[in-house]
Design a protein around this ligand. Structure first.
Ligand code: NAD
Length: 526
């Protein structure tokens, strides 16, 4: 079997592939046409972030069974196209978390003591002791946004520096934070109390420009900001203004909205701004960790058929996979819907299988549901292998119920999710062999297709409301591809699910909420 390694991979990874008897072609920097030629007869492809695995490339691969990413981010892989062709996409979560946390602490100290600026000054022949007087971190408060794997290690290291650590992460239970010695606070509290703020969340629709003009206004004067997570989470224009006004005394970015940033980027002109070119995960140890991990995973799959850390398939035989595939897709979407509408941290999840589906091996289906549940907040960090572990680590209680007696449907899956504030239930079914339908949202019955960009509305059932909603969408240039209306058994309220041709912006949402009968409106992505 043949494996193409098309990005730089630590030699230890290449060695593992070769020792397993695989033919390895190691060619980096290939142009798309060259890549298409090389990949034609390959069984496996190993990449990092440089190779763009587009639908076109996947189309040219006749034998490809697996794409392995040494690292986490999979923005460069067309996962839906790979899934359609039955190609497994796997990554290596966890291999570079210590390295990235250490980079964050390095940034925090370098920022406090003006290390880069002082180095540049001395190299220019100067000796400017006064200009570079720094600031102690001892006893200062570090606010961490997102206390997952990297955030937790940053908290631990910062506590070693005798800093007070507080964190904001709505998906973490207070007990988990307590074990880390970190106080969980609201985002506003974190802004008002922190001397340093460090960001460790994935880039999602909720975290895009999370740090914006309004956030800076709430922060302490003289705060210092560090971002070693993803570009786009900090509004760089707003950061520039906040640094100019003196609100932010210093900032360190490893990641940018556009990478590399343009040379004319205003932040690059600021004295108190320090930066690195996305070096968070760039240590020899981390590169080796991810290279070894992906090589072992690829060998185990190509030689033994074992799937690990796949983002698009569970670990089951291909026969079982074929029969349960529609259910996997259905519950993944139902899980994602639940997380997108959940208020507060999830405590309990119950999945109930009724009818034919109760006779199947439901374990992979439950795992697919958990993967869908965590995907809106963790993106590619959650896969079919680690989803149950993530649920356990987050203290989410998962219960499976089964009943073969059916009422209205030959098969029905109901997913109940409980947070401290509320409980929501969704039911879904498969019509025929693979028509997925959502048939219930709490007490509302409907028949909806969950796909693409959607808008979820609760409204008072009165004449003219649907027309007003349609007009608002039309005025914003949004096309409604489908509209599903769900009614309660008695008169009163409706739920409406709209499929739109583009995401619904905050501005359109505002307009929508001006319609007196619209109680709530929330965009969803599937
Ligand atoms: P993780 O999934 O373990 O943790 C992310 C945490 O963010 C989770 O606890 C989640 O609950 C929380 N979160 C999600 N949405 C949130 C929101 N709206 N508000 C507050 N918290 C929210 O991920 P990780 O491995 O710790 O990685 C963190 C970030 O670092 C990711 O963006 C990752 O891509 C990035 N990263 C960057 C580099 C680099 O080179 N600079 C290297 C590795 C990882």
């Amino acid at each position: 079997m043949k494996v193409l390694v098309s990005d730089n991979l630590s030699p230890k990874g290449i060695e593992i592939l070769k020792q397993a008897g695989l033919k390895v072609v190691f060619k980096t920097g290939l142009k798309p046409e060259e890549l298409k030629k090389e990949i034609k007869d390959c069984d496996g492809l190993v990449i990092r972030s440089a190779t763009k695995v587009t639908a076109d490339i996947i189309g040219a691969a006749r034998k490809l069974k697996v794409i392995g990413r040494a690292g986490i981010g999979l923005d460069n892989v067309d996962i839906p196209t790979a899934s359609k062709k039955g190609i497994i996409v796997m990554n290596t979560p966890g291999g570079n978390v210590v390295t990235t946390a250490e980079h964050t602490i390095t940034m925090l100290l370098a920022l406090s003591r003006n290390i880069p600026q002082a180095t540049t000054s001395m190299k220019a022949g100067k000796w400017e002791k006064k200009k570079f007087t720094g600031r102690e971190v001892f006893n200062k408060t570090l606010g961490i946004i997102g206390i997952g794997r990297i955030g937790s290690i940053v908290a631990d290291r910062a506590r070693g520096l005798k800093m007070h650590v507080i964190a904001y992460d709505p998906y973490i239970r207070p007990e988990t934070a307590e074990k880390l010695g970190v106080g969980l606070v609201s985002l506003d509290d974190l802004y008002t109390r922190s001397d340093y703020i460090s960001i460790h969340v994935p880039l999602t629709k909720d975290t895009r420009e999370l740090i914006n003009r309004e956030s800076f206004a709430k922060m302490k004067n003289g705060v210092m900001l560090i971002n070693c997570s993803r570009g786009g989470i900090v509004d760089e224009g707003a950061l520039y203004e906040a640094m100019q006004s003196g609100k932010v005394a210093g900032a360190a970015l490893d990641v940018f909205a556009q990478e590399p940033p343009p040379q004319s980027h205003p932040l690059l002109t600021m004295d108190k701004f320090i930066c690195t070119p996305h070096l968070g995960a760039a240590t020899e140890e981390a590169q080796e960790n991810v290279a070894v991990a992906i090589a072992n995973q690829l060998v185990d799959f190509l030689k033994n058929g074992n799937i690990s850390n796949a983002v698009n398939f569970p670990s089951v035989s291909s026969d079982v996979l074929a029969s349960i595939q529609p259910y996997l897709t259905l519950v993944e979407k139902m899980g994602s819907f639940q997380m997108q509408m959940a208020k507060g941290g999830i405590q309990e999840v119950t999945i109930e299988y009724v009818g034919d589906v109760a006779n199947m091996d439901t374990r992979p289906i439950t795992i697919a549901m958990l993967k869908g549940l965590f995907a809106p907040i963790l993106k590619h960090d959650v896969n079919f292998v680690n989803a149950p572990i993530i649920a356990k680590e987050r203290g989410v209680k998962v219960t499976e119920l089964k009943s073969t007696t059916t009422e209205d449907f030959t098969n029905l899956i109901t997913l109940r999710v409980k947070t401290p504030q509320e409980e929501n239930a969704l039911s879904g079914t498969i019509f025929g062999k693979k028509e997925l339908r959502l048939v219930r949202i709490n007490t509302f019955r409907l028949e909806a297709v969950l796909e693409g960009h959607m808008l979820f509305i609760y409204n008072i059932d009165e004449p003219g409301v649907i027309g007003a909603i349609g007009t608002t969408m039309g005025k914003a240039g949004l096309n409604i591809a489908r509209m599903h209306v769900g009614q309660e058994t008695g008169p009163g309220r409706n739920v409406i699910l709209l499929n739109t041709n583009a995401p619904v912006s905050a501005k359109v949402l505002k307009e929508m909420l001006k319609i007196p009968q619209v109680v709530s409106a929330q965009p969803l992505e599937f």
